[in-house]
Design a protein around this ligand. Structure first.
Ligand code: ADP
Ligand code: ASP
Ligand code: MG
Length: 374
């Protein structure tokens, strides 16, 4: 049988009891005859706590040292899970990103994978072992530890699935699949049984946390089917994210609340000043929209003269192509205005209709757009 890659997010390994439950699920998958590679995130809120710890020592910690620090979270999970699997009587071995052969470029805190050489993983699988890999990290060609950007354990899992020729890759979190909106924010959200990789890419890029955008982009490129599932449910039971396209539709409403908008008289100078900081430039359209996820020393950045900035949230209706239709964009706009939401600007692209709103209005805004368009 083909290799199965299973990824368990931070909430699935948040405490020792949960780690034991993951161990049981992994061992059951192996007992069904599959060679298993497990990719784990840091326990619960560990990565945020490590970042906080760094900030308590330095306002502008160097990115190399930050990566040394935050890559530790995943190593804790991998070692504990390996011990828990061994306790159940199954052979297991854990590997760091570097030992797994995840080779990246040098961009600390948002490194790109350039190559995967999973020799040690293959050898351990051949010996019948369950392989447990620390997600979110790799090693550069000059042997520095790097991290792949927030949520990057998903990317580790997809990259390993691709390089090991796995049939599919399971992404386990605290929801039982992908919904038409974040079910914690929009009570009317419905679970989607199937989603195409095109649609998954559109909603991940629009900021839906359930799947990391770079991971979906890689799955899309490599034709790797995903399954988004809850760890309490059997493998294959979640949302199937298939390679084949589905009829065009709006698949889901998402919110990205990790954004800051910079405005100023000279956008070129502004972009230049942001260039080296770790700011993720999302869009330039009269203002510069920045993704804050991997910009860990934002507080040390001094605004250039004349530049102002504010936190914003972007609400999007994500789906496939023809949907970037003005009627739907206007219907969303109308619903937001009627609901008292201040719309700062809106855009329509091939993959999403998006409205920029003040962060404190993001919750009502996503409910209004979901009610109007889904
Ligand atoms: P993990 O720590 O396992 O990687 P995340 O917290 O990154 O998990 O992602 C799971 C969370 O994503 C859910 O708890 C849910 O609140 C949120 N989410 C956002 N959009 C959606 C959506 N469309 N469908 C399901 N969950 C979503
Ligand atoms: N632990 C990392 C983060 O919190 C990676 C991940 O969870 O995927 O971003
Ligand atoms: Mg995640």
């Amino acid at each position: 049988m083909g290799v199965v890659v299973q990824k368990y997010g931070g909430s699935s390994v948040a405490d020792v009891e949960k780690i034991r439950a993951v161990a049981r699920r992994v061992v059951a998958t192996r007992a069904a005859g599959h060679p298993v590679v497990v990719v784990v995130s840091a326990m619960g809120n560990t990565t945020n706590e490590l970042l906080q710890l760094a900030r308590s020592v330095s306002q502008a910690p160097g990115r190399r040292e930050l990566d040394m620090l935050i890559s530790v979270g995943e190593r804790i999970s991998m070692a504990l899970l390996s011990m828990a699997v061994t306790e159940l009587g199954a052979p297991a071995v854990s590997f760091t990103g570097s030992q797994s052969g995840i080779i990246t470029d040098e961009r600390h805190s948002a490194a790109r994978i350039v190559e995967v050489r999973p020799h040690r993983i293959r050898a351990a699988l051949d010996e019948g072992k369950i392989v447990i890999v620390a997600g979110f990290q790799g090693v550069s060609r000059d042997r520095e530890v790097t991290t792949l950007g927030r949520g990057g354990t998903d990317l580790t899992a997809v990259a390993l699935a691709a390089s090991l020729g796995a049939d599919w890759c399971e992404i386990c979190s605290d929801v039982d699949g992908v919904y038409s909106a974040d079910p914690r924010k929009v009570p009317a959200a419905r679970r989607l049984d199937t989603l195409s990789l095109d649609e998954a890419l559109a909603l991940a890029r629009a900021g839906a946390r359930v799947l990391q955008a770079d991971a979906v982009a890689l799955a899309h490129r490599m034709g790797i089917e995903l399954n988004a599932a809850h760890m309490d449910q059997p493998p294959g039971s979640g949302t199937r994210i298939q390679v084949a396209s589905l009829p065009q539709r709006i698949a889901a409403v998402t919110v990205d609340d990790q954004l800051e908008r910079f405005q100023g008289p000279d956008l070129a100078a502004l972009l230049e000043s942001l260039g080296d900081t770790g700011a993720g430039i999302r869009r330039v359209d009269g203002a510069v929209l920045v993704d804050l996820r991997n910009w860990h020393d934002r507080q040390a950045y001094v605004l250039p003269p004349g530049v102002t900035s504010s936190r914003v949230a972007e609400v999007s209706a994500a789906g496939t192509e023809a949907l970037a239709s003005p009627e739907l964009a206007l219907a969303g706009l109308g619903a937001l205005k009627a609901g008292g939401v201040q719309v700062l600007s809106w855009t329509a692209t091939a993959q999403a209709l998006s409205w920029l709103v003040p962060p404190e209005q993001a919750d009502p805004a996503q409910r209004l757009v979901h009610a109007a368009l889904l």
